[in-house]
Design a protein around this ligand. Sequence first.
Ligand SMILES: [Zn+2]
Length: 70
Amino acid sequence: MPRLYGLKAISHVWSHYERTEEGDDGWWKVRCSHCHLVLCYNARETGTKSLMRHVERCLERNLVKPIRIE
Ligand SMILES: [Zn+2]
């Protein structure tokens, strides 16, 4: 799998998400600005890798048709 995003992606990835609220234990709810899917984010648990992976898939799908995530 090609690495589209390197370390610079940490700032880059947030341009695809809107942070809505901080919950307990550092969990954030973030909303994808492309498909408006809400994901949970925790810097210690999930990091930004899962967010980046979603953005990659999201953008790929958006190229074809409007997104609908399972
Ligand atoms: Zn998305």
